[in-house]
Design a protein around this ligand. Structure first.
Ligand SMILES: CC(C)(COP(=O)(O)OP(=O)(O)OC[C@H]1O[C@@H](n2cnc3c(N)ncnc32)[C@H](O)[C@@H]1OP(=O)(O)O)[C@@H](O)C(=O)NCCC(=O)NCCS
Length: 163
């Protein structure tokens, strides 16, 4: 299975909407569509999709928050990472996660942060990533320090071969 990741487009909506519903907690389609379209126009948001033979099979959503006023450090938050169930275990999740991590590093963010559901822990463990179960044991907190890459001190987990 060949998986490609590209920036999501307005034309992807009919494929994207069921994936957003799969991620959960969706408001009405019209409201969600309006917010997704607005987010796409902002450089602080990144909404890549994973495709297989042209079909959209997964998506991610990340947001770069404003820098800390004194230190200048900043966080990219990975809000969503979702692959349609029939397409799982074909590398789409890894390709999306790598795209988000590269985007965050390119933007000069200090940290990439997210909270994982229990179902996703094996996926992150495979990448050598362990979450902190505090304060929410159901959704461990993960953080990657992107400055390590900038200083060339260590290769980041998202550079690791996925096979
Ligand atoms: C987590 C998720 C995005 C992974 O997507 P995916 O496309 O299946 O991931 P990949 O194919 O890139 O998986 C890479 C490796 O991670 C590990 N992995 C992924 N899912 C796994 C699972 N359910 N159980 C055990 N290992 C798993 C495997 O080692 C896999 O490699 P392999 O298939 O060669 O063994 C997907 O399962 C999903 O959408 N889950 C529901 C939503 C969710 O929990 N999102 C994460 C929120 S933080």
């Amino acid at each position: 299975v060949s998986i490609l990741v590209r920036t999501g487009q307005a034309e992807d909506w009919s494929s994207l909407w069921p994936l957003l519903q799969g991620m959960g907690k969706t408001e009405s389609e019209a409201e969600v569509a309006r917010r997704v379209a607005a987010a796409r126009r902002q450089v602080e948001h990144f909404l890549p999709v994973a495709t297989s033979q042209g079909a959209v099979v997964g998506y991610a959503w990340a947001q770069h928050h404003s820098p800390h006023l004194r230190s200048g450090t900043s966080v990219v938050r990975l809000h969503d990472l979702f692959v349609a169930p029939p397409w799982r275990r074909h590398g789409a999740g890894s390709a999306l996660f790598d795209a988000v991590a590269r985007w965050a590093a390119r933007r000069g963010a200090t940290w990439l942060q997210w909270q994982a559901s229990a179902d996703a822990l094996s996926f992150y463990a495979r990448r050598g990533l362990q979450g902190d179960p505090c304060p929410d044991p159901e959704h461990p907190f993960f953080e990657i320090d992107l400055r390590q890459q900038a200083k060339g001190r260590a290769s980041l987990p998202f550079d690791a071969p996925s096979a």
